[in-house]
Design a protein around this ligand. Sequence first.
Ligand code: NAD
Length: 340
Amino acid sequence: PDLPTLTPTQARAELARLAELIGRYNTAYYADDAPEVSDADYDALRQRYDALLALHPEAEPENSAARAVGAAPDSAFGKHRHLVPMLSLDNVFDQAEFEAFISRATRFLGLNDEQAQALAFVAEPKIDGLSISLTYENGQFVRGTTRGDGTEGEDVTANLRTLKDLPLQLQGRAPELIEIRGEVFLSKEHFLALNAAQEALGRKPFANPRNAAAGSLRQLDPRVTERRPLSLFAYAMGFCSEKITLSHWEYLEQLQAWGFPVNPLSQRLEAASGAEAFFDRIGQERAALAYDIDGVVYKIDNLTLQERLGFAGRAPRWAVAWKFPAEQAITTLKTIEIQV
Ligand code: NAD
């Protein structure tokens, strides 16, 4: 509320202060897997930064941490450059913001109203884990990396090999070279069990399943990762040496045929008008799901349109994350034992 009253000099100083805080919280969250503040507080900080930047675009700090994706790879791991960058997603929090996303995309594509109405989407639960990139050469798993700063990730191949869900060899015909993206996560019950075990050993518990999954995968000793029951859903493509499908939905089907777990709740929507009903339904199912989700991701299904839309800043123009309100409680499941 105080933002419009700030002078340009005050705005510059405030933007610099916020960017520095964002940078510090990013390091704690992405590099150390130990957030210093809640996601709601972090999001509020970012919103303040974005609102102030919109009023004073000329006062943007140099190398602002707010522009960054994730955090630089930890030097303890080998570094690997993604063939296609791994970016973030823009967020929306209500129907009006979702519609604004649709308008921006359809205007960018120059679609008329009728065409815009007929635009198909794929809706997928937004899994609260960490994204990974899996490289396959002629169907063989050769490398797995974290997102890192979006350009370079940490090589966690040996750790990923311990995941039961990860196909080491793709079934059927595979392209010469492909990067497959997905989310590594811990179920709610395994998260609770892991934290109970951490506490029993006098170690700091993880703040949430996302940090627990990241902390479990980003281990220098793959035997530690092996003991953590990490799961995987595949949901996106990075680089591919050939065109495989025309739509994202067909790509998800191909991922399944290759042997990847694909979230069974994902659904093709014939039009954006189905988005709200899907969001409400997933919201109702959320508490009963075995894993944590923090929203729904909507992706324009047609890959040619995705290509035309491309990226803006740190996120694609063809997808958006519709987030649940931060305060919604998460129902926990029975606790089970786990060895750390
Ligand atoms: P994000 O988590 O908001 O969205 C992008 C990510 O969504 C992707 O990288 C991917 O990992 C994930 N995802 C899950 N399911 C997906 C699906 N089906 N399709 C595509 N992607 C899917 O992006 P972000 O930039 O990594 O992080 C922002 C979030 O992290 C915010 O919620 C923020 O609150 C939190 N954060 C918190 C702190 C803190 O200090 N508490 C610090 C930094 C970030």
